[in-house]
Design a protein around this ligand. Structure first.
Ligand SMILES: NC(=O)c1ccc[n+]([C@@H]2O[C@H](COP(=O)([O-])OP(=O)(O)OC[C@H]3O[C@@H](n4cnc5c(N)ncnc54)[C@H](OP(=O)(O)O)[C@@H]3O)[C@@H](O)[C@H]2O)c1
Length: 267
């Protein structure tokens, strides 16, 4: 039973599923995303069904001022067992040379800056708690440089590296830090990442790697309980992760260089 669970990106996909799964297992839950109406509907439903105090904080994590107000609120939270799930994130499919500077900035703020600031804000209370858990949602892409997905893969490499270092710094404390590295899963992620006017064409072999939302949520929660540094949800993704982490860089470059492209750079 957690005293407080904080979830970013709680309005859809993994974040919503974490909230549904954990509502009966915590006294207080904080749901964060931009879609306020969706969060309020979820909060009403969860607090009715599970008798949990659900707090909604509408926040655009790409906005520095909004993040400052959020971290101020998070600094006031304490309790005996705390869980922070840094889940909010977005991708951008397409070649970097035609990417939007605004989207690039937003991606960096949401995927990298927000987890850093929220973790920093909650750490003092976590150090005082009996137990505290931090789940950082990275991606299988954290281990790979991916053409047509350059910014996203690099941002997830940051999340995974940050988690690993933080975990080592906190090794002698009561805080568990786990980086979760899912492969592809059907959520709103693909729609958000697709650029306007671009087709839904999939890289052919990608379909084989799909896992489910419950698999990601259950694997992540089990991994953080067991104090595992990384979690690759599903057997296929564990295998893929093992291959990617052990393959020589020249081989990965060759594979990624010949991978079917979503987009070909235009002159
Ligand atoms: N689905 C996959 O295939 C996959 C694979 C590996 C890793 N991941 C990672 O899993 C995490 C969750 O993604 P998902 O698949 O569940 O996608 P999703 O359904 O699109 O959910 C993304 C969540 O992030 C929130 N978000 C996006 N931009 C935000 C912003 N500026 N401020 C606040 N919240 C924001 C969204 O809420 P609002 O729009 O309401 O703000 C939404 O709740 C992401 O970090 C993603 O990179 C996904």
């Amino acid at each position: 039973m957690y005293s407080t669970v904080v979830i970013t990106g709680a309005s859809s996909g993994f974040g919503e599923a974490f909230a549904q799964h954990l509502a009966a297992k915590c006294e207080h839950m904080v749901l964060i995303a931009r879609s306020e109406d969706k969060l309020r509907t979820m909060a009403a439903d969860l607090s009715n069904r599970c008798n949990t105090q659900v707090e909604v904080i509408p926040c655009d994590l790409s906005d520095a001022q909004a993040r400052a107000a959020l971290t101020e609120r998070l600094q006031q939270i304490n309790g005996s067992k705390l869980l922070l799930i840094n889940n909010a994130g977005l991708g951008d499919y397409g070649e970097f040379c035609s990417s939007s500077p605004t989207t690039n900035r937003m991606l960096m703020e949401v995927n990298m800056t927000a987890p850093v600031e929220l973790t920093r804000a909650m750490l003092p209370a976590m150090l005082q708690a009996e137990t505290a858990h931090i789940i950082n949602i990275a991606s299988l892409a954290a281990d790979l440089a991916i053409p047509d997905f350059a910014m996203y893969a690099a941002s997830k490499a940051f999340v995974a590296s940050f988690s690993e270092a933080l975990r080592l710094e906190l090794a002698k404390t009561n805080i568990h830090v786990t980086a979760v590295c899912p492969g592809p899963v059907h959520t709103n992620f693909g729609e958000v990442a697709r650029r306007t006017g671009k087709s839904k064409k999939e890289v052919p072999f990608r379909k084989w790697f799909y896992t489910t939302i419950p698999c990601v949520v259950e694997s992540a929660l089990s991994a953080v309980q067991k104090n595992k540094p990384r979690c690759y949800p599903s057997f296929k993704i564990r295998l893929a992760g093992l291959f990617v982490r052990n393959a020589p860089l020249w081989l990965l470059r060759m594979i990624m260089g010949t991978r079917p492209r979503r987009a070909v750079p235009t002159t």
